[in-house]
Design a protein around this ligand. Sequence first.
Ligand code: TLP
Length: 346
Amino acid sequence: MSFIDMRSDTVTKPTQEMREAMYRAEVGDDVYRDDPTVNRLEELVAREMGKEAALFTASGTMANQVAVMTHTHRGDEIIIGEKCHIYTYEVGGIAYLAGVQTALVSEVDGVMEPDDVEGKIRGDNIHFPKTSLICMENTHNRAGGMVVPLDKMKGVYEVGQKHGIAVHLDGARIYNAAAYLNVEAKQIANCCDTVNVCLSKGLCAPMGSVLAGSKEFVERARKYRKMLGGGMRQVGVVAAAGIIAIEKMSKRLQEDHDNARLLAEGLNSIDGVAVDLDKVQTNLIMVDFSGAGITGDYLSSELKELGILVNGSPTPVVRFATHYYISKEDIKSVVDAVHKVIKNNK
Ligand code: TLP
């Protein structure tokens, strides 16, 4: 049975074009910097982000962790949104690997207020840790793919610059943000020193992320990547898919956003199901089933019987993700299936 898989945009498999490019890819030992395809991908992403250099990593998590390790020293403090991926979903890596502690900033729809960020910066006192990094996320995963506006990003970046503190952006879905804002990705990346760009979310590459920043930063980051076992040798076979992800797949994301809106409207019209339509901006949708009195776990197991996958959860809020392999017809099937589950539960 083939499922309509809405658990995440990470489930996207490489396209036929990617598979062919992977087959043909010229490769070399990337630890010696001999892999021409990796070099091409890194140069491409550096250019796209308006940064001097970039580094291919195995995953978005690795890119973020390497970034935090490179920007900080053990015992430092980093300022970070309370719901962001680096803090929530990276297995406590920043504590374990980088040895830093966090000053959490509350976020509204994924947005940190620059004043709140500034308020968290530690002064020069013998009792305090050093604040050495500020992290942002755009689009914001736990905010249901909402986009941080450029003026807020600029505000946070200015705070960083004023105090000599580096700013890192988890731009796992930066191209979704760019599509929503109708700007080039580099205009977003202009508001930070370093940025993690994921190739394996809606962009369909089978793995990988690219961490972009200054030449000096990337040189140091390369060593941390090696430390984590991320020196990947003939990895041009996957970088080849990454090049197509950036050059081609990043240009079609509006389609996923349109499908997300269609789904949100369809679900919102079902009795007991609520979606805040103003918050549906990109390809992630948060759907609240509390009016229907069901949990995500219940919905997930019922939908599975109907050929649809969503992540379970003990709460009534479920995230749906649209991506390359979700069509307009699939959206209709999902709305019908949810309708059926709710009706049968009454
Ligand atoms: N997000 C995944 C899960 O880890 C939750 C998902 O299904 O959305 N930053 C952001 C903003 C992300 O959403 C993710 C993945 C990552 C980093 C990590 O990327 P990977 O999975 O490549 O390590």
